[in-house]
Write a protein that binds this ligand. Structure first.
Ligand code: ZN
Length: 463
């Protein structure tokens, strides 16, 4: 539904495009690299700059909030009594600019070429933060108010894994209270395929140690009577999956939801070529649960991965031993509705059960796991975001997942227990974290218009 005043808003943001580009350049010029201690003051300057920008946009509260690490830029406008409250998340820190010599134009002097703006942080994530500031400002200048209460959090440590963010959320719980979190730090599936991310995988970890003799043994003396720990480890690891790529650990898939026929059809319709993907990755073909679509496997199925294994002699030439131990590191990417504790137990129990005789096996189960995060596509906030995106980009978005874990999204889930809408508009080829990072202007301006609609849509959907 198009709010009656939307035309004036869209006219306003279109008339101000050059100004938005100038503002993005100004912010990009502050090298807020969180990974490098030399740039600590720049990260703070970047937070202060964002606060100034939010104040100029008309937010009634705008201040730097301290964390145990780099500061957060915070803004709020709470003048809509009775209306819902959203919290917008983005981050103002950026990746280093190395390797510097591969940039076509200077990373901190953003330049526009061929309909794209190039510079460090243009899309990850300063440009996406600015989409919201521009859209909020449009509402406040054109209408003098927002249809919804808004809190804005621009974090300063996302690029180093958000080490202070969870404690910050816990401490500022009351200030940050809201109905829904809007995260703009993701990409769409492909150019001209607007998308909303509704599912992120979680992570659990194990380390397996197979203990054999108390020290390495001479394989000539003892070969034939002592079980080799590396062989035992190989047998254990090989028994985790069947020939079709399916994990055979009992209970491993408990809770995993099957996609509906509609969801599977949507995934099948996305532009994805397995042969091309395999070629790009340098493998003869894609592998995994072969009865399922690759994108389904990447987003909506759990994995069990061997990340490393070692033991025995690793030097030059040959050393004729039976090694005293063997180790392997394993992780599992979890999907929504899997219980991390149950999965950890199931794998540990199974490993002990299939361990061959003649060795002793320890399974260390690590703490600090991240469960998967999901926002139902039927949630009214997701439906509202989909309508806003359709208005902003001219076609309805597809719903996608992401195979990885986004730290702040997990933290919001764990600390605030809130539904989250992941509405980012970057493109997969934006070269984030690499030289020549860019933001396509079509995406930037479309994103501003999308956000302009989003606040109205959320206001009516969450009433
Ligand atoms: Zn980012």
């Amino acid at each position: 539904m198009l709010a009656p005043h939307a035309d004036a808003l869209i006219e306003h943001v279109r008339a101000n495009r050059d100004r938005y580009l100038g503002e993005l350049k100004t912010w990009v010029a502050i090298p807020s690299i969180s990974a490098q201690p030399d740039h600590r003051a720049d990260v703070r300057r970047s937070a202060e700059h964002a606060v100034e920008r939010m104040r100029a946009a008309g937010l009634t509260e705008a201040l730097v909030l301290e964390t145990d690490g780099n500061p957060v830029a915070y803004g709020a406008w709470l003048g809509a009594p009775g209306a819902p409250t959203i919290l917008i998340y983005g981050h103002h820190d950026v990746q280093p600019d190395d390797p510097k010599e591969l940039w076509t134009s200077p990373p901190w002097d953003a330049q526009v070429r061929d309909g794209k703006i190039y510079g460090r942080g243009v899309v990850d994530d300063k440009g996406q933060c600015l989409m919201h500031v521009a859209a909020l400002e449009a509402h406040l200048r054109v209408n003098g108010k927002l249809p919804i209460n808004v809190k804005v959090v621009f974090e300063g440590e996302e690029e180093i894994g958000s080490p202070s963010f969870e404690a910050f959320l816990a401490r500022e719980k009351e200030r940050l209270a809201c109905d829904v979190v809007v995260v703009s730090d993701t990409a769409v599936f492909a150019e001209d395929v607007p998308s909303l991310t509704t599912s992120l995988r979680g992570l659990v970890r194990w380390e397996i140690t197979v203990h054999g003799p108390t020290s390495d043994l001479h394989s000539g003396y003892y070969g034939g009577v002592v079980k080799n720990p590396l062989e035992a480890l190989a047998q254990i690891l090989a028994s985790l999956k069947d020939a079709h790529g399916r994990v055979v650990v009992p209970g491993f898939y408990d809770g995993v939801r099957e996609l509906s026929p509609r969801e599977r059809a949507e995934i099948a319709a996305l532009p994805f070529d397995p042969a091309k993907e395999a070629h790009a990755l340098g493998v003869p073909e894609l592998a995994g649960e072969n009865a399922r679509l690759p994108l389904e496997r990447m987003w909506f199925r759990p994995t069990l991965e061997i990340n490393g294994m070692y033991g025995g002699y690793q030097g030059q030439g040959t050393k004729t031993i039976i090694p005293s131990f063997a180790k392997a590191k394993l992780t599992s990417r979890l999907v929504p509705h899997q219980d991390p504790d149950a999965v950890k137990r199931a794998v540990a129990t199974y490993v002990q059960r299939v361990a061959p005789k003649g060795v002793r096996v320890d399974v260390e189960v690590f703490e600090g796991d991240a469960p998967a995060v999901e926002t139902s596509r039927d949630h009214p906030a997701v439906a509202a975001a989909a309508r806003a995106m359709e208005l902003g980009f001219g076609k309805p978005p597809v719903f996608i997942g992401t195979g990885g874990t986004i730290g702040p999204v997990s933290s919001f889930d764990r600390v605030l227990h809130l539904p989250q809408v992941l509405i980012g508009v970057g493109l997969p080829d934006d070269a984030i974290h690499a030289p020549n990072e860019k933001f396509d202007l079509h995406q930037f301006f479309g994103g501003i218009e999308t956000m302009t609609y989003l606040y109205d849509e959320l206001a009516s959907a969450l009433k």
